[in-house]
Each structure stands twice: as structure tokens, then as C-alpha cells.
Design a protein around this ligand. Structure first.
Ligand SMILES: [Fe+2]
Ligand SMILES: [Fe+2]
Length: 275
């Protein structure tokens, strides 16, 4: 049996994080947990369902409210860590990330952030979300797979390697897309940009492209952002988009497997694609 706090701690440990990131929270705590409902978007309706069906906790991947919405902007700074680790100078990107974070913080504060948590409290249903820790697990798995290739391998080789390495990609209803560049291009230096709240859109990909990265991998990207990158870079750089729900699943599944090893009963819904 576990508590909501132990469920969070296990995810942190697996992601090698030392504190709960801004986009993850226990909305309503619980203990003696054995039966878990877990999905990518678990909101008020699913919390009621979890309560009706006798689950001990409802876990969402995406943040749905509370501090995880209000402090979401803080995890966008993980882009800064990832960019600087890839060799981009802090001063080149600090303002850009500050702007993204500011927009995110203001928009979140405009919203009815207590809606979903209030339903869980009313039902006295344990409810939490785990976002960045699971995305960080996914980022590492995908970056490690990408690092198994050499710089002269092509974008097509990388996509084949992803398909061969992850059952989630083979089981997904979506495709891995080349949104900038081409399948025949060499991959060069590759960064898996993920686990930082949300994709960095045009400005983050541009920062990578302008500082020696040839291939950026996002799990999702708005069409307007990738079109702007095509206009600016033609096919001289590559942006691969692996697919949102399938890539979230690649980070979630190791955690679900681990919970089952710990003796928990886990029912998955809302998008999670098995390996
Ligand atoms: Fe995610
Ligand atoms: Fe997601």
C-alpha cells in the first residue's frame, strides 16, 4: 500500500529529480492506496468515475489545476537547462524563456485553477498529477535511443530506430513526422527537446538550430511554428515531431510497470498507449 506522497516520490526517484516540479501536485492526498486509475488527462468527470468505481487514487499526467497550473511556468525554465547543456550560451536564450514563462504564468492565473481539485475534495477522492517527472523519463529514453545512431545516419534511420525501439510508436495511430528538413538528411547533432512543460515552439528550435544542433525532436509542435522554421531554414535543419500522446506514453509506461511491480493495480485510460 502506498500514499499519494510515496507515489510522487517514486516518480521523482525514477526521473532523478530532487523536488516536486512546478507542474506536478497532490490535489487531494490519500493513503492505503492499492488501486490506481491513471491517464493522460484525468479531470473532474474521471475523478467522479474513479470514486464510483472504487479506485484509491486518480492520477493525471497533465496538470489540471491548483499549484500545478499556477506554477507550471517554472518548468519552462528546464528549456534553459537543456539549451545550455547543448552548448547555447545562457545570455542568448534567457530573455526568450523569461517571455515564454511570463505568458504562461499570466494565462494560468487567469483560469479557474481550482475547478478540478475542488471536485476531488468534495468527493474526498485522492487526486494528483505527475507531469515533468514522467516526461523526463521519456526524454531520457528517447535521447538515449537517438544517441545510439551516428551523426551521418539519416532522419529516416532515426525514425526507423525509434519504431524498432519503442512498441508505443508501433502501436500508435499517429505517425512520426518530419516537419522541417527531409528524411534523407543526415541527423548531425540531435537534441530531444522534451520534459520542460511543453514544446518550445519556434524560438527554442531556432535557438538550437542557430547554435550547432542539426536535428531537434519535439513531441508536438504547432503548425505555425514549424511552418515558420521551414521558411527560415528550408531543409538545412531537421525538426522531427514524434507525436504527443504516444511520446507521453513512453515516459508513463516505465512508471506504470514499476507500480505494478510494487503490487499496485493500475488501470490506464485517457490515451496511454501500451509498449
Ligand atoms: Fe507529457
Ligand atoms: Fe503531454
Amino acid at each position: 500500500m502506498m500514499t499519494t506522497q510515496q507515489l510522487m516520490a517514486l516518480a521523482l526517484e525514477m526521473a532523478e529529480l530532487t523536488e516536486v516540479p512546478g507542474d506536478s501536485a497532490i490535489y487531494h492526498p490519500g493513503q492505503n492506496i492499492r488501486k490506481i486509475m491513471m491517464g493522460i488527462d484525468i479531470k473532474a468527470a474521471e475523478v467522479k468515475l474513479a470514486s464510483d468505481m472504487g479506485f484509491d487514487v486518480a492520477i493525471s499526467h497533465h496538470p489540471t489545476g491548483g499549484q500545478a497550473r499556477l506554477d507550471f511556468y517554472k518548468v519552462l525554465y528546464r528549456h534553459l537547462d537543456q539549451l545550455t547543456r547543448a552548448g547555447v550560451a545562457l545570455k542568448e536564450v534567457q530573455q526568450m524563456i523569461d517571455d515564454l514563462a511570463d505568458d504562461s504564468r499570466i494565462t494560468a492565473a487567469m483560469s479557474n485553477f481550482d475547478h478540478e481539485p475542488s471536485v476531488a475534495r468534495l468527493l474526498d477522492m485522492p487526486y494528483m498529477n505527475i507531469h515533468t517527472p514522467l516526461d523526463e523519463i521519456g526524454r531520457r529514453r528517447l535521447q538515449m535511443a537517438a544517441d545510439e545512431l551516428s551523426a551521418t545516419d539519416t532522419v529516416a534511420d532515426l525514425i526507423s530506430h525509434f519504431l524498432a525501439s519503442f512498441g508505443e510508436f508501433r502501436n500508435a495511430a499517429t505517425e512520426i513526422e518530419v516537419r522541417v528538413g527531409s528524411a534523407e538528411n543526415a541527423i548531425g547533432r540531435v537534441v530531444m527537446s522534451h520534459g520542460a512543460g511543453t514544446n518550445g515552439g519556434y524560438p527554442v528550435a531556432k535557438a538550437y538550430f542557430d547554435h550547432g544542433i542539426d536535428t531537434v525532436i519535439y513531441i508536438h509542435c504547432r503548425p505555425a511554428d514549424s511552418k515558420r522554421l521551414v521558411l527560415e531554414y528550408g531543409d538545412s535543419k531537421n525538426l522531427i515531431v514524434t507525436g504527443h500522446i504516444v511520446s507521453d506514453s513512453i515516459g508513463i509506461n516505465p512508471y506504470v510497470d514499476r507500480l505494478r511491480e510494487e503490487g499496485m493495480g493500475v488501470t490506464t485510460l485517457s490515451g496511454i498507449i501500451p509498449a
